[in-house]
Design a binder for this molecule. Structure first.
Ligand code: ADP
Length: 191
C-alpha cells in the first residue's frame, strides 16, 4: 500500500491534484472537507454539528473528525492505498491516523505539502467562492481565519512527519499540469 497525505493551506489545490493522482496511481481519495460537505448538504446530525465550526473557518473537533475518517477507512479496506486530503490537520489526528494504519500493518509513505503564499490563497479562494457555493469561500475574514488556523494548528503536522523524514514540499504555483508533474516525480519514488 502507498498512503499519501496531500498537505497544504486551504486553496492550495489539494482536491484538484488528488483527482489527478487517483487517476494515475489508483489510490482512494479521502477528503474530510468533502465528507463534511456531504453531511452539510444532507443535513445529517454530523453535518449540523460540523456546520458551527466550518461557517467560522474553525476546525471541527478532533473527536468528530477522527470518528468520521475512521469509518471511511474501515469501509474501504481493500485498496492500493489512500490519499488523505485535509486530514490530519492536528497532532491528535496524526496520532490517530498512525494507529489506524498501524492496525492494518501499513503507514504513511509521505506527506507532500503544496507550497502557496497567503495572498495567492486569498485570491484563489475568493475566486472559487464566486462559483463553489461554499459559504466559507466568500468572506475574506473567514478565509484569513482559515489561513491562521492552518498556520497555528495544522503546520505542526508537517513537522511531526518531518521528524521521521516523511515530509516534503512541492511548489504549488504554476499550471495544474506543471504542479502535477512535480507531484508525480515525488510519487514515483514512493510506489
Ligand atoms: P479547505 O478548502 O479550507 O482546505 P476543506 O474543504 O478541506 O477546506 O475543509 C473545509 C472545512 O471543513 C475546514 O475549514 C474545517 O472547518 C473542516 N475540516 C476539514 N477537515 C478537517 C479536519 N481534518 N479537522 C477539522 N476540521 C476539518
Amino acid at each position: 500500500m502507498t498512503n499519501l497525505i496531500l498537505f497544504g493551506p486551504p486553496g492550495s489545490g489539494k482536491g484538484t491534484q488528488a483527482a489527478k493522482l487517483v487517476a494515475k496511481y489508483g489510490l482512494l481519495h479521502i477528503s474530510t472537507g468533502d465528507l463534511f460537505r456531504y453531511n452539510l448538504k444532507n443535513n445529517t446530525p454530523l453535518g449540523q454539528e460540523a456546520k458551527k465550526y466550518i461557517d467560522k473557518g474553525d476546525l471541527v473537533p478532533d473527536s468528530v473528525t477522527i470518528k468520521m475518517l475512521k469509518e471511511k477507512v474501515d469501509e474501504n479496506k481493500n485498496v492500493n492505498g489512500y490519499i488523505f486530503d485535509g486530514f490530519p490537520r492536528t497532532i491528535p489526528q496524526a496520532e490517530a491516523l498512525n494507529i489506524l494504519l498501524g492496525e492494518e500493518n501499513t503507514s504513511i509513505a509521505a506527506l507532500i505539502a503544496l507550497d502557496v503564499d497567503d495572498e495567492e490563497i486569498v485570491k484563489r479562494l475568493l475566486e472559487r467562492g464566486k462559483t463553489s457555493g461554499r459559504a466559507d469561500d466568500t468572506d475574506e475574514k473567514i478565509i484569513r481565519n482559515r489561513i491562521n488556523v492552518y498556520k497555528n494548528e495544522t503546520t505542526p503536522v508537517y513537522d511531526y512527519y518531518d521528524e521521521t523524514g516523511h515530509s516534503m514540499k512541492v511548489k504549488g504555483v504554476g499550471s495544474i499540469d506543471d504542479i502535477f508533474a512535480r507531484l508525480c516525480s515525488e510519487m514515483d519514488k514512493l510506489v
